[in-house]
Design a protein around this ligand. Sequence first.
Ligand code: G3P
Length: 226
Amino acid sequence: MKFFLDTADLAEIEEANSWGALAGVTTNPTLYSRIGGKLDDFHGHIKKICDIVGEDCPVSAESVAMTRDEIVADGRVLAAIASNVVVKVPTCIEGLAATRALADEGIRVNMTLCFSVPQAILAARAGARYISPFIGRFDDISEDGLDQVQQIVQAIGNYDFTDNTVNGEQVEIIAASIRSANHVTQCALFGADIATVPFNVMKKLVKHPLTDAGIEAFLNDWEKVK
Ligand code: G3P
């Protein structure tokens, strides 16, 4: 499983990128507004993220247009920012149509706000390079978000979508709306391709109390043998 960082905060991206295990970044309008971002600066901000992580790391930038033509126009502009930009498009009829058009132009799409197996299969057939089912938001309505994402991973794995995607690349599932370390553990156990993780959860993934205790014991014992 690969780790993406779910944030628009440049300092968080720089820090997580320095750990050596970051494979991509996902942003959305909520995350951009949370750092005080303004619409006029949005494209420049995405460029800064792309520059930090480098061209091998996909950076999802969301289109908030609502019609297929507007999403396609928006997507072309976003994709022109850098070669690693992935256009994030919501899973809906206009989004599917736009995804097909963008994929046919060689532009990679991350279909987001996916909450069911049929939505995920339609996204893959429409040419999405990534599909983002949400865990936490499903939990928020008293459903089992992990179970839903597991079903989507299994269903997508049943078929070959390479005829549908840009350059025949394999579609990958990004487990999103992750709220805890356990979400990440379960995603790895059922084989999600990617987990996109907020920085506060990412920090928790590195830590374990027994690791901390072990380091402290080693340091103490090292003092004794000095
Ligand atoms: O990548 C989607 C994610 O940012 C949504 O997370 O916590 O707002 O449901 P959340």
